[in-house]
Design a protein around this ligand. Structure first.
Ligand code: EPZ
Length: 416
């Protein structure tokens, strides 16, 4: 377990570069398994989920090497079909390799995926949808075995625009020469990027980024190169930190269009935000006001991954704010940790009501999961005095160079 020690109450000032998106690079790494020849991904963040994804590819027989923020994968000799339990159980992103394994080998074996505890995280949408294409599933304890004896295309309607299920279907469709049509698809930018990546590998893909995606695979795909899109949630997190503490930061290598709903909420709270090209500047005097209702939804709505960081930014805002999460209704385990800093938050079912307090005070709290942990970190940065965040290693799953980036902005943080 790692502990992050924070001395809060300081404004954040300076310029940092946003890294490539965790939820963008993972599906692309899974897609490299389909290439006959090497693929190269640049601007890959140095985070534990990417390290684990690289380990999964090596276990499947790929040659994987990393130079700085570039990862090269050669899947030419990949013959493995089984993801070891210790890797598949380590993160939700492991389930995305299922579709690629089915496309390449027609079978796969993995344990129930792990990842952030945000409430129930089944994969029934994935399994039901793959069955439409002819995939059979057997379970033995926590091990799931998939076979695809008779591959065929089809039209799948997802009951919810699930990011992972959409990505898995797009990857599996590469193993079928008949059209696969995904209705009710997720529209997240990371999903659209996967569509563009598969097209660059030689696949026929239409409609990525919309709610109907049509794919046609069944032919050899070539390796390709791509720069990973900026992490919109890392962007939202650093903006929320500065909103909470006060200061003046500039984020480079990002894209304001990927997080407009977050920018709107932070402006409504009283921050000054300036966007130009791939840069976002935020100025805040730390005196914010409540924003009323913030409803986390699927893209292009307010992102669920940003609700904990933005909630933490509102803990000292004058007036009240209400947070609802329609994607993960139980994603409020961090609230009890925020109360340890003196926050006034009430929760029931799928919402939290925040009434701003004059000050927050240093505390010892626990990172409950990746984004909840970011919320706890923001409370610690805004609190007077010293705080200790337990299980801070969870933050390293999704935030590269977290301590050094914050130190560059003037924060007093260190891993104990
Ligand atoms: C992806 O998770 C992201 N993870 C999550 O980011 C993100 O919060 C989520 O999408 C929503 O945007 C990665 O991309 C690795 P879903 P995923 O399938 O694919 C239910 C982070 O912090 N559901 O869109 O697992 C599910 O329980 C992480 O970076 C089923 O019921 O999310 C949830 O309520 C956290 N059955 C809703 O759908 C299924 O088979 C949306 O889940 C699949 C999902």
């Amino acid at each position: 377990m790692q502990t992050l020690v924070v001395r809060g109450g300081k404004p954040l000032c300076g310029t940092i570069c946003v890294h490539g998106a965790k939820n963008g690079v993972l599906p692309l790494l899974a897609a490299t398994l389909l290439g006959n020849g090497p693929s190269e991904l640049s601007d890959c963040p140095e985070i534990t989920d990417v390290l684990r994804a690289a380990e999964i590819l090596r276990c499947l027989g790929c040659a994987v090497c990393r130079e700085g923020n570039t990862i090269r994968v050669d899947a030419t000799k990949a013959c493995g079909i089984c993801i070891p339990p210790e890797l598949s159980g380590s993160m939700r992103g492991s389930v995305i390799f299922l579709g690629a394994l089915l496309a390449r080998h027609g079978c796969a074996e993995l344990s129930a995926p792990g990842g952030c505890v945000l409430g129930e995280r089944p994969i029934d949408f994935h399994i039901r949808a793959l069955e439409v294409l002819g995939v059979h599933t057997e379970s033995e304890g926590s091990v799931l075995r998939f076979r695809w004896p008779k591959r065929h295309g089809g039209v799948i309607t997802l009951p919810f625009p699930s990011v992972g299920a959409t990505e898995n279907l797009m990857l599996a469709a590469m193993g079928v020469s008949e059209p696969v049509v995904i209705c009710g698809a997720a529209r997240e930018p990371e999903v659209a990027e996967l569509g563009r990546f598969l097209r660059a590998m030689g696949a026929e893909v239409e409609g990525e980024g919309g709610s109907v995606i049509t794919l046609c695979g069944g032919k050899p795909l070539r390796g390709t190169e791509r720069r990973v899109l900026p992490d919109r949630i890392e962007t939202a997190t650093y903006l929320s930190m500065t909103a909470a503490c006060g200061g003046d930061i500039c984020l480079k290598n990002t894209d304001p269009e990927l997080l407009r709903p977050v920018l709107d909420v932070l402006e409504k709270a009283g921050c000054m935000i300036f966007c130009e090209g791939s840069e976002i500047r935020l100025q805040s005097d730390g005196d914010l006001c409540g924003v009323g209702l913030v409803r986390a939804e699927t893209y292009p709505g307010f992102p669920t991954d940003a609700q904990a960081p933005v909630s933490a930014a509102l803990l000292r805002a004058k007036g009240c704010s209400e947070i609802e999460d329609t994607v993960f209704p139980c994603r409020f385990r961090h609230i009890a940790e925020l109360r340890k800093f003196g926050a006034n938050i009430q929760t029931d079912n799928a919402r939290a009501v925040i009434c701003g307090v004059r000050a927050l005070y240093g505390a010892t709290a626990t990172a409950t999961e990746l984004r909840g942990g970011a919320g706890v970190l923001i409370a610690a940065l805004a609190a007077e005095g010293e705080s200790r965040i337990m299980h801070a290693e969870l933050l390293l799953r999704g935030y590269a160079a977290l301590d050094t980036s914050l130190q560059k902005l003037g924060a007093e943080v260190r891993f104990a």
